[in-house]
Design a protein around this ligand. Structure first.
Ligand SMILES: Nc1nc2c(ncn2[C@@H]2O[C@H](COP(=O)(O)OP(=O)(O)OP(=O)(O)O)[C@@H](O)[C@H]2O)c(=O)[nH]1
Ligand SMILES: [Mg+2]
Length: 186
């Protein structure tokens, strides 16, 4: 059983629902912000995720970043030393899907370099009709080596799944590192 803490970047175009997802997640479905309130720079939301296997707990520090270009340079400063990344797009907005790679590349050049990263892609607003081709989503997620999830913050559907996945991958990586470290000192 371990208790870990990890920094998660939540990034993507403006209005795709990043803040809504974070609010719904942190309130266990209790709060869905009905009115749009644009995030200014970055907001920090903390959520503990309990994993049933081994009773591990991961406290996620979610850095909910603004998708607006004017805040971009300042947001980047808060991205340093991130452990995980969540790339969000809106299933009803093709342009936001087209920009996922842009956000990934920006995160990579800002803090990731060539380090392998734990991350996932979220297609949000699954309650609306999707205008994005599933094969294209798969191709894009695979090219970044990331798992894909579909959610609706509005309907509180599948919101927990991507964050449980991240927490479990994070624990897996931690255990692998401990194992490697033990092998070195033994
Ligand atoms: N239909 C639907 N609307 C959603 C969903 N999630 C968010 N929205 C709406 O989309 C709009 C933008 O949501 P936000 O969560 O503020 O978007 P954001 O990505 O944080 O935007 P920025 O902070 O500007 O980068 C709001 O009007 C939300 O109510 C969803 O799952 N379904
Ligand atoms: Mg926001």
């Amino acid at each position: 059983m371990v208790f870990l803490r990890g920094k998660v970047l939540v990034i993507g175009d403006t209005c795709v629902g990043k803040s809504s997802l974070c609010q719904v997640l942190s309130s266990d479905g209790g709060i869905y912000p009905k009115n749009y309130s644009s995030t200014i720079m970055t907001e920090l939301i903390i959520k503990q995720v309990q994993l049933t296997e081994n009773n591990d707990t991961v406290e996620l520090f979610l850095y909910d970043s603004s998708g607006k270009a004017i805040y971009f340079e300042n947001c980047k400063e808060t991205w340093l030393n991130a452990d995980m990344i969540v790339l969000v797009f809106d299933l009803s907005n093709k342009e936001s899907f087209g920009h996922v790679k842009f956000w990934y590349e920006k995160a990579k050049e800002t803090f990731l370099y060539d380090k392998p990263i734990i991350g996932c892609v979220i297609g949000n607003k699954s309650d609306l009709s999707s205008v994005v081709n599933q094969a294209n989503i798969k191709q894009m997620s695979d090219s970044m080596n990331m798992k894909y999830f579909e959610c609706s913050a509005k309907e509180n559907q599948n919101v927990m799944d991507p964050f449980k996945y991240l927490a479990s991958e994070y624990v897996k990586k931690y255990n692998e590192n401990i194992k490697k470290f033990k092998q070195i000192i033994e």
